[in-house]
Ligand binder design. Sequence first.
Ligand code: 16G
Ligand code: ZN
Length: 532
Amino acid sequence: PIDYNKVKLASAKHPKPPGVKFTYGTAGFRMKAELLDSVTFRVGILASLRSKKLDSKTIGVMITASHNPEEDNGVKLVDPYGEMLEQSWEEHATKLANAESDDDLVNVIQDIIVNTGLDGSNDSSIVYARDTRPSGPALVAAVEDALKVLGAKTLDFGVKTTPELHYVTRCLNTTGTEDAYGEPTEEGYFKKLGDAFRELVERKPHPSALTVDAANGVGAPKIRQLAEVVGEFIDFNVVNDDIYTKGKLNFQCGADFVKTQQRAPPGMNLVSGVRACSFDGDADRIVYYYADEDGKFRLLDGDKIAGLAASFIIDLVRTAGLGDIKIGVVQTAYANGSSTAYLTNVLKVPVSCVPTGVKHLHHEAEKYDVGVYFEANGHGTVLFSSHAINSIRSAKGGTPEQVEAINRLSALTNLINQTVGDAISDMLFVESILTNKQITLKQWDQAYTDLPNRLVKVVVADRHIFRTTDAERKLVEPKGLQDKINTIVAPYTEGRSFVRPSGTEDVVRVYAEAATRQECDELAFKIAGLVF
Ligand code: 16G
Ligand code: ZN
C-alpha cells in the first residue's frame, strides 16, 4: 500500500512552483529545465501508478527535450510495449503536475486510484533514462525520490537515446514470451540492429562513408558504439559530436535545424558527393541531404524516407509472393503534396493523413499489415502486424528470388525499431535500401520533386481559439476563417495551405506550398496575414 505520509514528506522536497500551469502535451511535459523538478517527481509517481494499473508491467520514463534548446528539458512516459503513454492517462499526468500542495497531491493520487480502479498495493516496476542535457541528473534524482517512496522496482538505464528506452521497455515486458522483442540491454539493442543490417548488406558493394551530424547530443556516443558492430559494412564520419561543451546541444545543427532552415549545419563541408544525415538531440529523428553538382543543398526528409521505405517493402512483398500483406503509409498535413501524389499514383499504396504527433501516426499505422509512418520532420518507423510477421516467418519461397526476398523482409522486422521512430535504426534501414538498390542520394531524390513549401510561426493573442478538423487540414474555428483561406488558395497552381495551433509552443503555424517558390512565399505571407 502507498504510505501517503511518506509521499507528502518527499513531495515537500520537490515543491511545485506556484502559479505555473503544466500540460502533458504531444511530447510529455517540456519546458525550461529549472521549472521541472516537481513535475519529474510527480511523473515518477504517475509511472508507478501506471505500472500498478498494468499488473506491475514495466513503465519507461524518458528525460529529454529532444530538439529543443539545451536549457529546456522534458519528461514522458513509455507504455509496456514501447508505445507512448495511453492518451486517457495524459489527463492524470496533468492533474498530478498541477496539484498546488502536498495535500492536493495526495488527493489527486487517490482520485486516480479510484478513477482507474488500480490496486495501490500492487508492485510497480520502472526503467528510466536521460539524454545528455546538463539538467538531466538532477531530474533523474527527482524521479528516483518518487520511486523510492512508492517502493518501485527500478532500473537506471543511464544516458540513452529516446528510442533505446522505448526498445528496452518493450524487451523487459516481453522477455520469455512468444513476442520477445530482444535482450533488454544496450548491447542487445546494438546486436539486434547489427545482425539484421549484416543480413541485409553483406555480399553487396559498400557505400561511401556517411557523414552524421549528431546535434551534439546523445546520438554521438551511440553512433560510435554502433560502429563497433557494423563498422565492416559502413564508415561513419561523425560531426557535431561535442556533448560536453555547454550550449552546443541542437545549436545550429541537428535534424530540426536542417529541416527548418533547409541548409546544412554551418561548418559541415557539404560538397557534391558527400552523403550526410542529421539526428536530433535525442536521436529519434533523422533527415538526409546532399549537394548537387552545382552545390545546391538537397533535402531528403521524412516524406522522402517514407517513399523509399514503402517502395522497397512493396517490391520485397511482391517478389516474396506474400500478396496478402497489405501495406499502407501514414502522413500528416505537413507531408509535401508531391510525396502524397507519388505514394498514391506511382506506388499505388493507400495513404492516410492524421493529426501531428507520433501517437496519432503510430496508431493509424497499426491498422495495416505493414504500416509505414513518417512525419516530414524525420520522425517515423515501420510497423509489422503479427499477421505480417507470421506470414514472413512461415513463408518458404519456391525460387531463390523468393527466398531472398523473404529473408530480407525478415531481417527488416529486426532492423526497424517498431516501438517508435529511431534515427539509428532508420539510418541503417535507409543505408540497407540504398545498398541493395545500389543507388545514390541523388537517384533516391529523383523519385519525385518536392513542391516549394514554407512554414511560418505566427504569435497570436490566444492560440486556443484555433480549432481544426480533417487531420488539421481545415479550421472550424474561428468561424469563417477557413472560407477566407480557401478563397486565397484557389488561384494558386498546386496551392495548399493550412493553419493549426502548435502543440508545443505558444504560436500558430501556417504551412503553404505551391508550384513555384515565389507563389509559395506569397501564399504563406497572405495566409499568415489572415491569422495575425
Ligand atoms: C512533438 C511531436 C512531434 C511533432 C511536434 C509538432 C512526439 C513524440 N513529438 O515534438 O511528432 O512533429 O510535436 O510540434 O509526438 P508542434 O505541434 O509545435 O507543431
Ligand atoms: Zn527527438
